[in-house]
Design a protein. Sequence first.
Length: 363
Amino acid sequence: MIRIRYFLILISVLVLFSACDMSTSSGDALSASDRTGQVSDTTDSGTDMGPEFPIKMGNAENILFTDTGRIFMTGANVAEITKDGAVMLMPSEYSSMYAGLAQVGPWLYVICGKNYETMPPLDLAELLQAKNILDKLVFLTDAMMDKVLLRADLRAGGPDKLVFEEIHHFDGMMLPNGMAADSQGNLYVADETFLPQGKIVKVTVSSDAIPVTTQETWASAGDGVNSPNGMCIRDDVLYFTDFNINSSKPAQVKKVAINSDGSAGTVETVYSAMGLFDDLDAVIYNGRPTLAVASFFAGSVLIIDEENGTVAKAGGGKLQSPSSAHFGNGGWIAEDELIVTEVGMLYEPYSNFGNQVNVITVP
């Protein structure tokens, strides 16, 4: 039974990746003159109150507030939300799948998976020699896409000034997804595997003009990490959503302390349920440690009081496959509001089902 399940997952993953309309680009910097500069289909309110929601974004995936209040999002593109709507930052020929976002000082980091224009010949002998199904999946996805970390200097100015460069190629990862940065500037990236063999990797980036990066496994299946997805950090504690296919409550929220020496503490489960959790946020809300968790299939955002375990639901089950949720920063998005990405159908970036960013009230 398990073998059949794994085989079906393998087929599903391959179909999902092959359905992506992605093309490759050179590793050169992506300058302002290269990108489309288009504004998404949204209506300007004509005031200084910010953009009018919902804002269209194909495959809407994730949101980041910078420390200066700028708002970035990922999906079929990378965009900055301005008072006039979403300004797309990546050129059309660099069309890819964009996932996690993080900020370290002046640097904006984005995870990107881009397909090769033509799939290179597979070394079947190497594929057959892979020791387990996960290694086979990593081998296959490596053959289909380049998994990279992009970086742009926020000091450059507005969205038309941002230049993204590839600074790191992820190694040995099936699907780099969620990302968060700690107080020391280290990046943590979820390797989503759909199997109970995922991991969280730690990426360090040097301060050199041409940055040097290192990647290491920070926590893995033996530590209680199954198939991590979204992640965030609050007070040197990393929170992440996880999926355990072998559990009766496979959708899980977990946390792990970042020790003073940089190592991982003990992984603890905060909450679990049926379904699938995507990205999450962890804040102090009304004086209490609170989590906002995008419940993908339920069409809601779970508001979890971490101390007493009470759970409220935002969105009323009407959200269209929510993929991330973040508490407002008090600017355009009030502190008692959530900004939510709704992906809709996976890898279908054009319809009116999902493919948008919306704002809802915290219950």
